[in-house]
Design a protein around this ligand. Structure first.
Ligand code: SF4
Length: 362
């Protein structure tokens, strides 16, 4: 009987899925020539690399540049990050989204200060809040020269295309397999190799249509050879987002609007937002509710529909603009300019925030 291990088809596919041994010898000289100047590449300071890597998760490089500069101007070293009031930290992060990243940065900064310095190894970095395998690999290899890979979506895409693998790269097992293969072929200059892979993924082996004509790996790339780079990688989402309906109340008294600090736990915790009610209410239903709570409502009007996608949840929001006779309730009342300048308001509310100036008239 033929065991599955001896199947010719399987061994051929396994061979195909090996990453080419020439990967680093082709990639590193290319990186030398095409390396972009980025603010966080000016030195190998672990604080700089760590902050930039956290900001770059889920966010485009061009967006991160301004945030990174302002963040380091205000918090130039880890001690300053460990001590900054949370509200100020979240204000610095406002618009970048995924605010737990900022909170975890601060938790980790406090641990680093307590421990008397930055961890020096991949394992040490992985113990810090908010630091996953990718970030730990990036900082340990770039700043401390450890021979570890840093595998993110860019690297998985390149690896899937190079090998022609049609396995679902969103599965942890598939990521583990690619990580193990990368470890085998990692050169001594692991930091430069990891950076070069990121660079290739961001500038040449793009998610949609890759620029294979400019790619130093063309000669060893299975997807290029088979003419199918755009079909790879296979990314099959296993989960769907939970849908939540909300009514967002834009309560106005004179030139001011009501905002409130969100609860300490849960989505967008610790940030500010407009008062919300569960479920979608019409303006009249919202008026009845507000009356019942004792709010001095003068008029109500619809303020449009907005949708916001989080990783696991989708908010469907119906806006209601309610003009009150006077400030009411335990809210913070502020003018649109003050809200913009002083309070960290997440992107989910931005569409409604933009309406406020129009409500206060010329
Ligand atoms: S040849 Fe094309 S598909 Fe292959 S790694 Fe280069 S850019 Fe990506």
């Amino acid at each position: 009987m033929t065991s599955p291990d001896n199947s010719p088809a399987l061994s051929q596919r396994r061979q195909q899925e090996e990453l080419p041994a020439e990967l680093s010898s082709l990639l590193l000289p290319w990186f030398e020539r095409h390396r972009r100047e980025l603010p966080w590449r000016e030195d190998k300071n672990p604080y700089h690399v760590w902050v930039s890597e956290i900001m770059l998760q889920q966010t485009r490089i061009e967006t991160v540049k301004g945030y990174y500069r302002r963040f380091l101007e205000r918090l130039p070293e880890v001690g300053a990050l460990s001590e900054v009031p949370e509200e100020e930290l979240l204000k610095l992060w406002e618009g970048l989204g995924y605010y737990s990243r900022a909170k975890n940065l601060q938790k980790a900064a406090r641990l680093i200060v307590e421990q008397g310095g930055f961890p020096q190894t991949f394992e040490g970095w992985k113990q810090l809040p908010g630091v996953g395998e990718y970030t730990a690999g990036a900082v340990a290899s770039l700043c401390f020269g450890e021979r570890v890979p840093a595998v993110d979506g860019n690297v998985l895409r390149i690896a899937a295309r190079l090998t022609g693998s049609r396995k679902n790269v969103l599965l942890p097992d598939v990521k583990r397999q690619f990580t193990a293969r990368l470890k085998e072929i990692l050169p001594d200059e692991a930091g430069a190799f990891n950076e070069a892979m990121m660079e290739l993924g961001e500038t040449v082996c793009l998610p949609g249509v890759p620029l294979c004509g400019d790619c130093p790996l063309r000669r060893v790339c299975t997807a290029f050879r088979e003419g199918c780079p755009q079909e790879l990688p296979v990314r099959e989402k296993q989960q769907t987002r939970r849908r939540e309906e909300k009514t967002v109340l834009l309560l106005q008294a004179g030139q001011r609007f009501a905002i409130e600090k969100r609860p300490e736990k849960g989505l967008l915790s610790g940030l500010y937002g407009f008062p919300c009610l569960e479920g979608t209410l019409t303006p009249n239903e919202a008026a009845v509710y507000l009356d019942g709570q004792g709010a001095p409502v003068l008029s109500v009007a619809p303020a449009g529909h907005r949708k916001h996608l989080f990783t696991h949840v989708q908010w469907e929001m119906e806006g209601v603009h309610a003009v009150l006779a006077e400030e009411w309730g335990a809210f913070v009342w502020a003018q649109p300019e003050e809200i913009e300048a002083l309070y960290p308001l997440p992107t989910a509310f931005r569409g409604f925030q933009r309406l406020l100036k129009g409500f206060t008239g010329p």
